[in-house]
Design a protein around this ligand. Structure first.
Ligand SMILES: Cc1cc2nc3c(=O)[nH]c(=O)nc-3n(C[C@H](O)[C@H](O)[C@H](O)COP(=O)(O)OP(=O)(O)OC[C@H]3O[C@@H](n4cnc5c(N)ncnc54)[C@H](O)[C@@H]3O)c2cc1C
Length: 462
């Protein structure tokens, strides 16, 4: 064996596995394989001037590289079992919360000191929400902000780089089980013609959402059972920050759920970014929308953005929930060349937005998207739910349903298929662990990180 432990993927799941292994078992030889670049070399070419929209790079600087999909995120670490994944179903609610708190301590001690922890405990908004048919979910959230999140990642890398062998720009192509125990990974460094291979006793797979297709292939080859997961579809809303300031000043991010009258679907807010920016996201060549915000006051904008999402889960006869989401995102890319933006007033009047109407509006878009008509892209059931929820939110944050509120589409949250794992997050093969968003068990920074710590401890103990 070349190594004791091989970790595939240097997102939060992989990083926190490596961190905990080096603390608990410094004697172990650990290697991390990452498809993307080291943190400092991750640069998205979109500069808003020469390159205004996604040019579909070979590896996406936003999704791949040290820090994973979370590197340029808003760095909101939610400590809760109410959303962000179902880690607690495997390891128990208390342990899941304890591990998320431990991750928070590590973040705080690596550059996050001075950032604020927000909480829904005791807030008056719970009552206001319920009076208006909305439900505010319980959580504590540490908001690192994109800038501090980057600093924390840099500090973690500096601490790990002499203790762990990092292989960047080295996508793992194949994972094989060795006779007599252990695993071999075959990888291709920097697109070299000849692949190379190394082996280890233990293997932790943490490939995130961007590795979902690869994960599916590996599970197929190794005959690891999986089941289809849901897909979340919707839009990103952008409005003047002052409209949501009562909520965001107290809670920073509020996860609010609304049950629609027409279809009895749940629509929920997701990833709220006070004074933030709307950004493109590229998943396997499909351009969708996302958002983040900075802690640095100089980088704050006048706008707040958040997603409104509806979950869809297909089972029989059609099972491919992600495929459904992909098709809708492709449709928006076909019509808009990327992300489409529409004023709420235009949507409810049944007309497309154009450059002139957007320019005349009172909300200045923070993302250069194509003005268009979201009703030609999103299914009626989803769009009706989103419109209903915007009117419901207008009651707790008046102004949400203003004509000039901007809607960007589509926002899609793809969830990996759920891999069959035991209470140790171990597959049916001893020593092969699948963690983070790639396992379908987690969908957030804190849950993915906690799953990494958990598995590292299992390996350290054994
Ligand atoms: C713009 C944006 C903003 C977000 N904001 C938040 C937020 O504020 N709060 C929150 O909780 N969540 C947020 N998320 C989600 C969060 O980033 C993810 O839940 C989290 O990063 C998952 O961690 P992970 O380690 O499981 O996977 P990832 O972070 O996706 O990391 C997986 C890594 O594996 C690598 N990889 C994939 N396949 C291979 C392979 N075959 N070989 C080698 N390497 C491979 C990838 O390059 C990647 O670096 C955001 C996501 C995005 C895109």
């Amino acid at each position: 064996m070349n190594y004791d432990v091989i970790i595939i993927g240097a997102g939060p799941g992989g990083i926190f596995s490596a961190y905990e292994l080096t603390r608990k078992r410094p004697d172990l030889k650990v290697a991390v394989f990452e498809e993307g670049n080291p943190l400092e070399k991750r640069r998205c070419p979109i500069d808003g001037v020469k390159v205004r929209s996604c040019i579909r790079c070979r590896t996406c600087a936003i999704m791949n590289g040290f820090g994973g999909a979370g590197a340029f995120s808003d760095g909101k670490y939610n400590i809760t079992n109410d959303f962000g994944g179902s880690l607690y179903e495997h390891i128990g609610k208390q342990q899941a919360i304890d591990l998320m708190k431990y991750v928070d301590e590590i973040n705080v001690s690596h550059g996050g000191e001075g950032t604020r922890m927000y909480s829904t405990a005791g807030t008056q908004f719970k009552k206001l929400c319920i009076q208006n048919k909305l439900k505010l979910l319980d959580a504590s959230v540490r908001h690192l902000g994109t800038d501090i999140n980057y600093i924390v990642l840099g500090n973690l890398y500096n601490e790990l780089k002499d203790k762990v062998d990092f292989f960047f720009r080295s996508p793992v192509e194949k994972l094989d089980i060795l006779e007599g125990g252990g695993y071999r990974v075959t990888f291709r460094k920097d697109g070299q013609e000849e692949p190379a291979a190394v082996s280890a006793r233990y293997c932790i797979v943490s490939v995130g959402r961007s590795g979902s297709k690869w994960m599916e292939k590996v599970c197929g080859e190794l005959d690891i059972p999986t089941k289809s997961n849901r897909v979340d579809l919707g839009v990103r809303v952008e409005l003047p920050a002052v409209i949501f300031s009562d909520l965001t000043d107290e809670l920073y991010e509020s996860k609010i759920v609304y049950r629609t009258e027409k279809f009895e679907d749940n629509v929920r807010t997701f990833c709220m970014n006070p004074n933030g920016i709307v950004v493109n996201e590229n998943t396997n060549g499909i351009v969708t929308v996302n958002g983040h915000s900075f802690e640095d006051p100089e980088k704050k904008t006048e706008n707040t953005n958040f997603a409104l999402l509806v979950s869809k889960h297909f089972s029989v006869p059609f099972k491919d929930s992600n495929g459904y989401g992909e098709s809708i995102a492709r449709l928006s890319n076909m019509l808009g060349g990327g992300v489409i933006v529409q004023r709420f007033g235009d949507l409810v009047r049944g007309r497309r937005s154009n450059e002139k109407r957007i320019a005349e509006g009172l909300v200045t878009p923070t993302l250069a998207a194509t003005p268009g008509d979201l009703s030609l892209v999103l299914p009626k059931r989803i769009l009706d739910g989103i419109i209903e929820m915007i009117y419901a939110l207008d009651k707790i944050a008046p102004g949400t349903a203003n004509d000039d509120t901007l809607l960007y589409g589509v926002e899609v949250k793809f969830y990996n298929m759920e891999v069959e794992l035991d209470e140790n997050l171990e597959t049916k093969y001893s020593g092969l662990y699948i963690i983070g968003d790639g396992s379908g068990v987690t969908h957030s920074l804190s849950h993915a990180s906690a799953s990494g710590i958990y598995v590292a401890r299992r390996i350290a103990e054994s």
